[in-house]
Ligand binder design. Structure first.
Ligand code: AMP
Ligand code: MG
Length: 406
């Protein structure tokens, strides 16, 4: 049995010899893909000085001291609207332009006073009264202040979020290079399994792992392929694994414990190599990693909670890192326990937990039943509390590390 860190290190080390090709896709399809190229700006953003407010473009040098009682009168000489060219004429000190958000700043103006700081002149439509002092640069968004031309903006390995999609669009990258999504074959094993649309007969259960893992692969950025579930029979498992070996990664669920019908390990011994079996963790101890006919194989335990916890700790990092994602690691934050946590285990314990604000104290509380078959232990969980091996009972208020996963 090896430690979690050792298992993670071995899995990620096996990636050293593997590279993933890139493909070019339209940015609209890029959400959560990983950039395969660095992105540099080839223009200034914004491309011209423009107004951050609806108001009046003014010269600030004569506006250092107006008040509502003693406003300063300015003559309106025109309008600058978004999407229209810069007005041809500049302004003299007591002139101004009416200006809209996003419109270019006219020549000689060096500030925009927002409408709320002005009053209309009841006798003259072409005059406004400025009621507050205006400093130079007020409400002007300078050319290049967001992104200067030539700046390196995104590294290869950045995960494309909605915000990054917006930046790519601003920079005119309608096509981007992204890493291919690894194709991940999912096989569940067990004589007791039936598909979701069937009604269980005595002794049967629905195959939930196949679908949970399908969703987990998608959320980790892989491309899942569901293979038919396999009976507890060595020849049947080998037949399905042979089919699965054409994909980039094989995930199996079940059949890796020490029961009489646990054949995944035997199949791996027959046609592959087993890097390790059993990790010092709870849930998920029987987790196995190896290569079946050269294809990386994760043998996940059959218990539904164990399958997802081992996916989170071992498979997700593998998928993310393979795609060159530089920010794949989950954030681990120390949070105070909101209740005593008394369970002690000689294995590392990953406890489904909720982060709550309890009367102004933000802390963490374990979900009630932590059994490895209790799927409802995930409900409302925002992370996994990480309780060290042989760690004694912890009192309310103790800081515990929490891995954020939602
Ligand atoms: P195993 O790892 O095959 O010994 O299975 C451990 C437990 O997980 C048993 O109670 C199985 O019935 C259950 N199990 C195995 N595979 C699945 C699956 N695909 N979906 C739901 N439960 C499963
Ligand atoms: Mg089984």
């Amino acid at each position: 049995m090896i430690a979690v860190e050792e298992a993670q290190a071995r899995i990620l080390k096996s990636l050293a010899k593997r590279t993933l090709s890139t493909e070019v896709i339209p940015i609209a399809d890029g959400l959560y893909r990983v950039l395969g190229e660095p992105i540099h700006a080839d223009l200034d953003v914004p491309p011209f000085d423009n107004s951050a407010m609806d108001g009046y473009a003014v010269r600030s040098d004569i506006l250092s001291s107006p008040t509502p009682e003693h406003p300063i009168r300015l003559q309106i000489v025109g309008t600058s609207a978004a999407g229209h060219p810069l007005p041809a004429m500049g302004i003299t000190p007591f002139q101004c332009y009416r200006i809209m958000t996003g419109a270019p700043i006219p020549e000689d103006a060096d500030a925009v006073v927002q409408s709320e700081w002005t009053m209309a002149d009841p006798t003259d439509n072409d005059v406004i009264l400025v009621t507050r002092p205006v400093s130079k640069g007020l409400n002007i968004r300078r050319k290049g202040s967001d992104i200067p031309n030539g700046a390196p903006i995104l590294r290869a390995g950045s995960r494309i979020t909605p915000a990054i999609t917006g930046i790519l669009a601003t920079l005119g990258k309608n096509l981007v290079s992204v890493y291919r999504e690894p194709r991940i074959a999912i096989i569940s094993t067990g004589d007791e399994l039936i598909d979701v649309d069937q009604t269980p007969l005595p002794g049967q259960i629905r195959n939930s792992n196949a679908y949970a893992l399908y969703a987990a692969v998608r959320s980790a950025g892989g491309s899942p392929i569901l293979l038919p579930h396999t009976r507890d029979d060595l020849a049947a498992i080998i037949e399905t694994l042979d089919q699965a070996a054409q994909y980039d990664v094989i995930l199996t669920s079940g059949g890796v414990s020490v029961g009489d019908f646990d054949f995944v390990k035997q199949a791996l011994d027959a046609h592959g190599t087993q890097d390790f079996w059993r990790v010092n963790m709870k849930p998920g101890k029987p987790m196995t990693f190896g290569h079946y006919r050269g294809t990386p194989l994760f043998g996940l335990p059959g218990n539904p909670v164990s399958a997802l916890v081992t996916f989170e700790l071992f498979v997700r990092p593998f998928i993310r890192q393979w795609q060159g994602d530089t920010e794949w690691a989950r954030l681990v934050v120390p949070l105070p326990l909101l209740d005593d946590f008394d369970e002690i285990s000689d294995r590392r314990h990953y406890v489904r937990c909720q982060i709550k604000n309890q009367e102004g104290v933000v802390g963490v509380t374990a979900n009630p039943d932590q059994g490895s078959a209790i799927q409802t232990s995930w409900l409302s969980a925002s992370g996994l509390m990480v309780i060290r091996e042989n760690h004694g009972p912890s009192k309310k208020g103790t800081l515990v590390p929490v891995m954020l996963i939602s």
